[in-house]
Write a protein that binds this ligand. Structure first.
Ligand code: HEC
Ligand code: HEC
Ligand code: HEC
Length: 404
């Protein structure tokens, strides 16, 4: 009896230690090895590490608790993939130690945030989120600035550098990287969900001249008269101002300034395109998260049907002739031979020159743009090169949209 008891202690002890070792192996060591192996297999050959400034930004991001509200981990869920892009793979965060994946999704996922917004957007937002997004619950970080959103400290610049690095590795991996990942993946079904999706966030503002290459929702008519105003006040007034004059509380730190919407007529195509893609090179974001009904309501509110548009001024033949020659000599290389915004120099610019068939500014706005330029864009002032008569004449050509 005594001996039997003694051996049973021994058996229990050995079994206990054995199971402990087994569980450490199965739950601790083995998953780590699998993860390492998967990271090695799917990672691009030479993944880019963070620069010094990005590293500092990462430390601030961690210290300020940004990860308590923002995840960096796109799930294999349709809703996540549509909004943020391809699901996060293990290798993307291989240098992320300790990781900042986060668990609470109070704000949007930031794993592909690089390139989604312009620097001036980020600074204004960080300085005071509610000036840009009126209903935001994100705290303001004014201590990272010298009193104004356009005077960031090194801290704010570092945070921006870090944000801009998010998603970069995946984008740089490009199509070859994607093919490599597909081939190496064990989860073919999940990967197929992700494969037609861009590596970058779909919300990234896209700069493109032809509307046909990127899918967008052509905005239709709505039946709700005040819905447009509501949507406008919730999402647009922070920048474009409650009177639509481009002077909202968020406008101060932005260059170029938000457009004065009362001074321009937009074609439906342009308006739809802008809401779907944002305006690359400016703080104007893409608005794909709004419902179709909201987009329709906005369009009716801000871009009424062509029949209600302004009448054009009469064209005086001699002035039109002068205007056309000034235009051909000075403006066509950017704005295009007949005002389509597709001039030979347009390709080199960070933002596209206006297409005057899609955007019709009022006379005073045209004159102001020519005389003062548009700050924060490649559109320079022309008073040093053109006489006042030439300026008035070329403005008339643009207003009448008559290039021949
Ligand atoms: C209390 C929660 C909370 C904290 C803390 C927080 N955020 Fe946010 N953040 C939000 C919410 C909610 C939004 C969405 C509304 C908005 O855009 O302001 C947001 C939006 C953002 C966006 C815009 C995302 C997009 O594409 O629209 C960025 C970038 C961002 N936060 C960065 C940060 C950084 C950097 C920090 C830390 C310095 C931080 N956030 C801390 C809640 C938070
Ligand atoms: C973060 C600030 C910001 C917010 C919010 C914003 N905009 Fe803009 N928007 C801008 C800026 C900056 C421009 C100027 C772009 C330029 O100069 O071409 C602009 C330009 C525009 C234009 C003219 C685009 C063109 O063809 O050049 C339209 C139309 C417009 N916004 C509509 C909206 C609507 C509708 C909303 C709300 C759903 C909205 N914006 C919200 C900053 C903003
Ligand atoms: C270097 C290229 C370039 C040249 C040359 C140029 N522009 Fe522009 N122009 C731009 C860009 C880019 C914009 C878009 C600014 C924006 O969207 O905010 C613009 C915008 C404009 C606008 C619209 C402002 C508004 O309120 O929407 C007018 C009007 C204009 N240009 C007239 C002219 C005239 C007239 C000339 C020739 C005398 C000219 N531009 C030459 C690049 C150029």
């Amino acid at each position: 009896m005594n001996r039997f008891l003694r051996t049973s202690y021994l058996v229990a002890c050995v079994a206990g230690v054995g199971f402990f070792v087994l569980s450490v192996l199965i739950l601790g060591v083995w998953p780590g090895r699998v993860l390492e192996e998967e990271t090695r297999r799917m990672s691009p050959e030479h993944p880019l590490k963070l620069t010094a400034s990005e590293q500092r930004g990462r430390a601030i991001y961690s210290k300020e608790g940004c990860a308590y509200c923002h995840t960096q981990q796109i799930r294999f869920l349709k809703s996540d993939v549509i909004r943020f892009g391809a699901p996060t793979l293990a290798w993307e965060t291989q240098f992320d130690y300790p990781h900042l994946w986060g668990t609470r999704r109070i704000g949007p996922d930031l794993s592909r945030e690089g390139g989604v917004h312009s620097p001036d957007w980020h600074f204004s937002h960080l300085y005071s989120p509610r000036s840009i997004v009126p209903e935001s619950v994100m705290p303001a970080y004014p201590t990272m600035f010298n009193g104004a959103p356009d005077r960031p400290t090194q801290e704010a610049r570092d945070v921006l550098a870090y944000i801009e690095s998010l998603g970069r590795a995946r984008e740089l991996a490009g199509p070859e990287g994607e093919a490599r990942m597909q081939a190496a993946s064990h989860q073919m079904d999940d990967m197929q969900v992700a494969s037609p999706v861009l590596n970058a966030s779909p919300a990234k503002a896209r700069r493109t001249g032809t509307y046909s290459v990127i899918r967008y929702h052509l905005i239709g008519q709505t039946t709700h008269a005040d819905r447009g105003l509501n949507v406008y006040n919730r999402h647009c007034a922070g920048c474009h101002g409650s009177k639509r004059e481009g002077d909202g509380p968020g406008a101060k730190g932005l260059l170029p300034r938000p457009a004065n919407l009362t001074e321009h007529d937009y074609s439906r195509e342009r308006f739809s395109f802008v809401l779907w893609n944002g305006v690359a090179g400016t703080a104007m974001p893409a608005w794909r998260d709004l419902s179709k009904e909201d987009l329709d309501a906005l369009a009716d509110f801000l871009a009424p049907a062509p029949s209600t548009r302004r009448v054009r001024p009469p064209g005086v033949p001699r002035m039109m002739e002068l205007g056309r020659s000034v235009y051909a000599a000075h403006c066509a290389q950017c704005h295009g031979v007949s005002g389509e915004g597709d001039g030979s120099a347009a390709r080199e610019l960070a933002m596209l020159p206006s297409n005057f068939h899609d955007i019709a500014p009022v006379n005073s706005a045209i004159l102001r743009a020519i005389r003062n330029g548009v700050e924060g864009t490649p559109m320079a002032p022309w008073t040093a090169k053109l006489t006042d008569a030439e300026i008035i004449a070329v403005a008339l050509v643009i207003e009448r949209r008559e290039w021949e």
